[in-house]
Structures are given as structure tokens and as C-alpha cells.
Design a protein around this ligand. Sequence first.
Ligand code: NAD
Length: 504
Amino acid sequence: MTISQPTQAPILHNYIGGQWVPSTSDETQQIHNPATDEVLALVPLGNRSDIDQAVEAARKAFPAWRATPPQERARYFFKLRQLLDEHRDELARLITTEMGKTLDDARGEVQRGIENVETACGIPSLMMGYSLEDGAAHGIDEEVIYQPLGAFAGITPFNFPFMIAFWFWPYAVACGNTFILKPSEQDPIVQKRVFELIEQVGFPAGVINMVNGGKEAVNALLEHPGIKGISFVGSTRTAQYVYAQAAAHGKRVQASGGAKNAIVVMPDADLDMYLGTIMNSCFGAAGQRCLANSLILTVGSAHEAVRARIGEAASRLRLGNGLDKGTDMGPVVSSAARDRIAAAIARGIEEGAEPVLDGRQVHISDYPQGYFVGPTVLDNVRPGMSVYEEEIFGPVIGLVPVDTLAEAIELINAKEYGNAASIFTQSGFAAREFRYRVETGNIGINVGVAAPVAYFPFSGAKSSFFGNLHPQGRDAVRFFTESKVVITRWTPGDGQQAITGIGR
Ligand code: NAD
């Protein structure tokens, strides 16, 4: 909701050029605690003038930062890692309070974010180039050096308000670039705390900046001639738009989009061992993970067991405030998300899906104002149904009975999205064929959430990723640097031959 009157809730500021500064926009949006509906803060919807200020600060900081040796740049990240580690519980609580996921889940998110900072500490090794003596011809050597480019920007989604920013900026900045982060306007409070810690680290002014806002701020970043590249994560529609707009303005882009991930359960799957993993991958963070699985393709006789066991386990999940001990699933991020998910369930049932468990009417007595949707299991979901085709981004799982693994793979590969897919089986052959044939960027084999750790690329394909170099690890280092090739020849000039004693 956009409002113009002041309220008691604090207004967030931007962090530009090493200073906390108010936005020049007077438009704000409320940030709610999704478990209680309480207004936590107001986020300014930043404009072009905020972005202009940030770009100027980032560009001004670039020459000196670029000239700072990589091992010195890395030392800032060792300090940051220490501070994040000391504040991990506070950061996790902030995530839960503004986004809704359980505290355990939020702790996992903080850990994954910190691991990217740890990886960026290795920048002197990660950024090394390569060379070949006599590479071009005898006496002519050739080498590649990786150089930073200037100011980059990152635009992040609501569902990992802490972690996703760390997929980008530690690599960009460790490589010698400067950076502007535009966090999700739905839950930017945890980034305010992160930037207070960044301030304590003492990065030179302008090296890392943050501007709050929504569409207008994003458009200003995409169009600004002072920005060299854009890193984006969000829904496919926005990712596609960001990719096209930023490229049209001459920038390099990496843009991760939405997903509709599937699990294949083979008849020989060890459900006693993996039921918890499958449940977590479907209902963790109330289904609001880009790697959440929202379809379970059951092969042959696996169907009955999966339907019974998932239905039973889902009915036992305890809903509540993610901060409370014993909560298995928190609310979804907003009342709008709750209403959208409820409408998607209704449509699925109208289209013929059979409800095993319907989470639309849940009431949590301790949190009557919370945005809760209960775990929902729909059976006999088929291609063509909206619950099969569309990303719902909520705790809704569709069971899709199939006869063979080949049929399951065909269905996965026919989908628009290509973020992740997992198989549960005891057969090495089935697993190998799955890995070989499935066209998604991330693959899980007896792993529910196929989330790559920081030193691997966070992959994605088809409508789940636009670009070629992914977030995290070596891909990120390549994205944030130019490969410069140097070809060198030295010949003995006047007198050189006499001094060196070496001839042509
Ligand atoms: P979103 O696309 O609504 O917003 C993402 C960012 O884009 C925000 O910072 C927002 O301010 C900005 N934005 C939104 N609409 C815009 C517009 N019209 N023009 C310019 N900027 C705009 O996404 P969300 O709802 O915050 O996040 C959930 C989505 O992100 C899901 O689709 C999920 O699958 C996806 N996601 C993908 C990955 C991945 O790795 N592929 C990871 C996390 C989330």
C-alpha cells in the first residue's frame, strides 16, 4: 500500500558515499510483519535523483578502489565475515520478522550469505589470469588479465532478503568494482542492519551503496550510463524486462527468474529416509523459495505411498509465527500473496485437481491478523492446468502420476522454467539418466533443495535465467571482470645484445 502521511513507523534511509541519507522521494510503502500485520517501517520508493547520487558516489570511488591490491580488498571481507558471524542471530530474527520464514530457515539463509563473503575472501586466487609463453609465436607471449569495470548494480527479491545480495556484491567489490544494491521494497530492513555492519568495516566511501525503492529506482539503474552491469533476481516477467532493458542500454546482465521445480519419486525411493527432505523442499519458507518444489512426479507404484505420506506429514505441520519455537511453517510475505495463492488453489480445483489437503481456511488463533496459507496438496495435477503450469510461490504441491522415468523427464523438459529438478531413487542408472537428460540448471539426486554453495554457480536455465554467467563463485568473478588479453614481444635493441649476451 502506498501512503503519503507520516506515521510512527521509522522511514528507512539510503546508504550513499559512506553516509546515511534520506531519499529525495516522498513516496513510501509500509513494511509489515507478515505474522502479525504490524507496520515495522516505511521504505521510501527511491527515484532517479537517488540513483544519480549513488552512481556518482560509486563512480568517484572506483579509481582508488580498483588500484587497491586484491589482498588488501580481501581484508575488508575478512572483517565483514567476522561481524556478520557475531550478529548472525540478530540478522536471522530480522529476516523472520519482516519476511515470515521460520528462525531455523532464516539462520540457514544467513549462513549461506556468509559463505559468499568467505568465498570472496579468496579473491587474489579467484581473480588470477593465465598466460602462455610463445603463445602467439616464438618470442611472443600471450596472457589474460581480469580487470574490474566500474560501478555495478544489484536488484534483489523478497524471499531471501539477506542472502541474495551476497550472491553479487562481495564478488563485484572484491574484484575492484563499486556497487549499488536495490533491495526488495517488501522486506529491506535486514539490509539496513547489514549496511550498518558494512559501515563498521570501514570500506572507503562510495565502494558499496544502497538505494531503497521499487520500479522507478530499477528503471533509473537500467538506463544509467554510469552503470556497467546489472545483477538481478526475481520473477521471470521482471527478469526478462531487466535483461532486455539493461542490454539495450549497453550493460552486461545476469538475471535469474522464477521457477516451477519438480521432484521425481521412483518406486524404489527410500521414503523413510527422504520424506523429511521432500517435505522441507515443498513447504520450507511456505513454498517461497526459488528452489521450492511445487510438483511431485510419482512414477508407477510410488504414487499411492507419496500421496498418503505427504498428505499425512503436511497435515501435521504446525503453522505460526516463525519466531516461536515449534513452528514448522510461517506466514507468506503479504496479504496480497495470501489472496493470490488462495485464488490459485481455487482455480486448480476448478480445473480438476483433487484436494488431498486444502490450506485456504487456516486460522491461527495466536496470530489472527497473520497472512497464513496452510499446506496444500493437490492430486491428479496434469499439464495444461494452471497449478501445473504457473509458479504459485506458496505452500501448494501438485502430485502428477506418471508411468515411467522417461515420461517424467519429458514433462520436466517441456516446461518453460529450468531452475531445478530432483530425483529420489536407489538406482544409479535412473539417477545418471536424470542428470544427463534433464534441462534444468540445478539437479538434486536424493537431495530436495538443490542449492549450490557459494563456490559453485547458482545455476538456472530457460525462463529461470537470462544471461550466461550465473551468480556466485567463479562465474561471478568472470561476470564482474573484463578479460584483457596482452600479447608481448621484446627484441634486443641497440646495445641489449651486448649487455644480455643473448641474441635474436
Ligand atoms: P519481483 O520480480 O516482483 O521483484 C524483484 C525485484 O524487482 C524487486 O527488487 C522489485 O523492486 C523489482 N521489480 C518488481 N517489479 C518490477 C518492474 N515491473 N519493473 C522494475 N523492477 C521491478 O520478484 P519477488 O516477488 O520479489 O521475488 C519472487 C520471485 O523471485 C519468484 O518468481 C522466485 O522464483 C524468484 N526467485 C528466483 C531465484 C533464482 O535463483 N532463480 C531466487 C530467488 C527468487
